[in-house]
Design a binder for this molecule. Sequence first.
Ligand SMILES: Cc1ncc(C[n+]2csc(CCOP(=O)(O)OP(=O)(O)O)c2C)c(N)n1
Ligand SMILES: [Mg+2]
Length: 817
Amino acid sequence: MLQETKSITSNQISFSDFKKEVLNDYKIAKISRECSLLGRREVLTGKAKFGIFGDGKEVPQLAMAKAFKKGDFRSGYYRDQTFMMALGELSPQQFFAGLYAHADIKADPMSAGRQMGGHFATHSLNDDGSWKNLTKQYNSSADISPTAGQMPRLLGLAQASKVYRNEKSVQKNTNFSINGNEVAWGTIGNASTSEGLFFETINAAGVLQVPMVMSVWDDEYGISVHAKFQTTKESISEILKGFQRDSEYNGYEIFIVNGWDYVQLMDVYQKAATIAREEHVPVLIHVKELTQPQGHSTSGSHERYKEKERLQWEKDHDCITKMREWILEFELETQDGEILRFVNSEEELILLEKEAKKEVSEAKKEAWNAYLNDIKSDLFKVVSILDNAAKKSKNGAVINKYKSDLSALKEPTRKDVLSTARKCLRYLKDENFLEKTALQQFIKNAIDSAFDKYSSQLTNESSKSVLHIAEKLPSYSQEKNIVDARVIMRDNFDALLTKHPEILIFGEDAGFIGDVNQGLEGLQEKFGNIRISDTGIREATIIGQGIGLAMRGLRPIAEVQYLDYLLYALQIMSDDLATLRYRTFGKQKAPLIVRTRGHRLEGIWHAGSPLGAIINSLRGIHVLVPRNMTKAAGFYNTLLDGDDPALVIECLNGYRLKEELPTNLGEFKTPIGLVETIKSGSDMTIVSYGSTLRLVEEAAKELHQVGIDVEIIDAQSLLPFDLNHDCVKSLEKTNKLLVVDEDVPGGATAYILQEILETQNGYLYLDSKPATLSAKAHRPAYGTDGDYFSKPSTEDIFEKVYEMMHEYNPEKFKRLY
Ligand SMILES: Cc1ncc(C[n+]2csc(CCOP(=O)(O)OP(=O)(O)O)c2C)c(N)n1
Ligand SMILES: [Mg+2]
């Protein structure tokens, strides 16, 4: 077949360079495919737990990798191994290390074995937690498993380029951007475009006009479910046609290309990159006619749900098969009449294919040996200890049996080794000799080192952790300057925006009117509409914007208008933000601050306080519940001196209350992880937070009148909670404990109780049953009476305390009822 490809002539590279590139691409595709094939076998033979691979999607990823430049970011999903390999960011050995869950960041740089294979990441941070120069490397934000979960973050990654290009105050930050030239590349499967997060992100990126290139890998299926059940008209590009930009409106550039067409793909990806990079216009590339040679994952086989014809079609349209055909058929006639080819015969390709196969097979062996060697050295230690222990112990026979069972394992896990050691220790409990001590020591060391491998880096462990930042009290002028509390927020944000040029604040109504409670009043006018901006009503992608911006060195404060609507954002906060440090073994961070307001309004959707749900789903994020605006402002001041993600819940009914305006705005700091005793007392410790504290304070005054003196502690920081264990110190004095909030029963109060009784050993000091007082199990009803009968009132608090005092001293505190 004689042909002239535009890309050859237009790129004007010599044919021999072109040939080298094509054959190199082909080899990468073959290496990647071989990884998928062997990977599946490793799972089916039991050496790895689960496999989901990129077979059938190789060729478009070669094209994407060629258009991807240093400084760019990827936010994608589990099919992208070929892309990572083409960039040189994933070797076959690392691929297998991930598959085996090798818990060592050097062996598996994607996640140190924490994520299942197919979740790709690069390292944005040095070992000390400081940023690398991201413009000098390829960047992949760490994948998450929930389908379309990569979308919200993608929006922020793309928006960061726009900010760096247009906002002068951050243009000196050259570690992150060079004139906003970086493109954020998204990938998603066709079926996952059914998720709301996909549509929400597509719309928002169109509105914001950000440099995002979104590839949809379309293989017509989502596991077993065909496109006809997934997508209207069975085509994402068809239904997104309305997003196409035209002379009148901004929008998207949309390309449709077949996934097996190497030449077209190269062309489309270069064009897409130029549009996004130069014009900051989002691009959608619908890559059709892709396949799944081995089915969806190792969990099943696609022969179960695909017709024979479809299976045959997939064989014929396998992108590597098609590329191979193209390579073999390609002929180019020069002006001198010479015919140029990529290969002289098929043999050349076969040789290259054999090389690819051999490289992968060797890499697999290396990865397996490296993975196993770590464990085997532990196994030998235990076997040798048990061998000697068995000789001395009266339970020698049992111990010997455990030892030989362990020795016989060909593919031992850390669990096998440690579980044997721990079981054997029980048989030595009544004996005393050196080997027992050695065994105890082994177990202790193994558990300690397992903590580092499997449980470290949930939160910031570097010197930048906000937990190292000390309290700094607000200072006040001599003449008391009493203001509406929202003024403190506004003036403090003003000071912060001046102090930190990287801060961007955005959310629904946050821009023009300066938020619904005017905590940002006038600040858009002062700092411009890039730094203070309105967003659409789209909580999940507001958070995604924040995550992506924070991953590129900016300091976003993302506003979720009301706490009740945080549920829309909770999934992405939980799945993405809260796990980021953990799932990358501390190699990526997103110091995003989420600002919201809640508690104590009225009505089912305007008065919730789902703190139990929040703290249980957001481990990895600091959750702060300031009781007033000075405390809240102090939290923002602390957070901006560190780089941890946090959620700050302001008291909705506090903005119009009066507080004294501090003089050291932007500087005073509320410490994170410390409680504050706001009233001392001797009869009972009451721990509460947020808006209910004011009710507790009122109740305390009334209790005083009947001779009960309570101590009130403001938790103020739920995650982390009371790191200095001040609550138990209070219990030592009062011997009684009540925890009050307006969450459901067993919500955050149960968490606080567990912290105080179990973690702090508070049970040792109790004279009476510890108690909680929370709202009813239902959402709060509307209106004054709805509130009164749904949430704890001062009377409820008074009576609860009184009843506990009655039980303690019935003589002194006679029954009320
Ligand atoms: C939120 C969520 N729901 C369900 C799943 C289970 N799941 C994993 S992959 C997948 C199908 C995805 O299909 P598609 O987006 O077309 O990608 P493909 O695997 O075909 O490349 C499903 C349902 C998941 N990971 N996340
Ligand atoms: Mg699919």
